[in-house]
Design a protein around this ligand. Structure first.
Ligand code: TRP
Length: 368
């Protein structure tokens, strides 16, 4: 088996050893959390598994003080269930009272992937933002912006781009090389712009100094390391906090990717499409023959249908546990597990797609 892997903000490939990443990156395991967090599947099941400085956010919540949740996305292809993890966190923190900032990383997509600004805008407006809304994001205390067009309010826009430039003076080329390895001017500017994304809510043109939590996939940690190091050298910023979630497995294993249609379930997929994809492509932890499966049992830990139930579609812990055990013992067959997963996904999508129809009309209220 090919073990070689690569985890950088611009490339994720091969097998991911999360324990090794925690050590290499120097982030911490996410341990005990207040009850509201445990009520959320993503935290309870350790799908959000690591952090930097989450303590500051927990204290802020306890003291009923304001905080910001800031994150971003590079728009590409269809909005799929892998994108749902972040959307669910936006909604979760908004309900907790956080002010929500969301950057559409169109400039980063231009520099790192060669995708035009027009294409990014189109995908964000047609795919990502309507899905965020349909998943429960509300317009109050929420601003979504494009990196290439921060605000129509020139004072705010100036402050955001000014910060990117101010930050540049406080970092060296050697630090870039140490953090990213492979680096070029476009990626350097993207990294600095993302630092500004994460830090600018603290400028006086926005919220003023305030704790900011950045939920991201673990591949984004280099950006956080850089921004945290730089921000220590500039006055007026409370250190950033961050959390890290697991990657959602693609249907065939590996990371779910919008460039491979048979690796994902899109939130706009039809019932038939979901059925076809799960049956045909979802990697199974089952045995080669029925007899062998019943005798030796399957492996839910590598089974993709089971992962989807665990991440998104089976909120009931007891039911999930029973499925786990029955599959492991061989009592539950692969076909049955897939049928159940298809049913769960489709009942979720049916509701979601109804909301999605209404969401498109509301987009304007979220853009700044
Ligand atoms: N780099 C992120 C990605 O590839 C997108 C992003 C841009 C972002 N600005 C951000 C993420 C600020 C978190 C915070 O998806």
């Amino acid at each position: 088996m090919r073990k070689e892997n690569k985890i950088t903000p611009w490339e994720v490939s091969g097998e991911v050893d999360y324990e090794k990443l925690i050590k290499d990156f120097g982030v911490s395991h996410l341990k005990e959390l207040p009850r509201v967090f445990d009520e959320n599947v993503l935290f309870r099941r350790k799908i959000i598994f690591a952090h930097r400085d989450i303590q500051r956010i927990l204290e802020t919540i306890r003291a009923k003080k304001p905080f910001v949740m800031m994150t971003g996305l590079m728009p590409s292809g269809k909005f799929h269930i892998g994108h749902m993890i972040l959307a669910q966190q936006m909604v979760f923190y908004q309900k907790l009272g956080a002010r929500i900032y969301i950057a559409v990383a169109d400039l980063e997509a231009y520099n790192a992937r060669g995708q035009s600004l027009e294409e990014s805008r189109k995908i964000a407006l047609e795919e990502y933002i309507p899905n965020y809304i349909a998943l429960g994001l509300k317009p109050i205390n929420c601003e979504i912006y494009f990196q290439s067009e921060r605000s129509k309010d020139f004072k705010k826009a100036n402050a955001y781009y000014r910060l990117q430039n101010v930050l540049a003076r406080h970092v060296t080329f050697n630090e870039f090389k140490a953090v990213y390895g492979d680096i070029n001017p476009g990626k350097m500017l993207s990294a600095l712009l993302q630092a500004s994304d994460m830090l600018h809510p603290q400028l006086r043109e926005f919220e003023g100094q305030i704790p900011v939590l950045v939920p991201v996939g673990i591949d984004q940690d280099p950006h956080l390391r850089l921004a945290r190091d730089i921000s220590k050298r500039v006055k007026g910023f409370t250190q950033l906090s961050s959390t890290y979630h697991l990657f959602v497995s693609g249907l065939g294993g590996g990371k779910m990717s919008s460039s491979d249609i048979n690796s994902y379930i899109a939130l706009t997929d039809s019932e038939k499409e979901v059925e076809r994809k799960i049956k045909k492509y979802a990697f199974s932890g089952g045995r080669a023959t029925l007899k062998e499966h019943q005798e030796k049992g399957g492996n839910p830990d590598v089974d993709v249908s089971f992962q989807y139930l665990k991440f998104f579609f089976e909120p009931d812990d007891e039911k999930l546990q029973k499925i786990y055990q029955d599959y492991k013992s061989g009592k539950l067959l692969t076909g049955q597990l897939k049928e159940y997963t298809i049913k769960k996904i489709n009942s979720f999508l049916k509701k979601h797609q109804k909301n999605l129809g209404k969401a498109k009309k509301k987009i304007k209220r979220y853009l700044r």
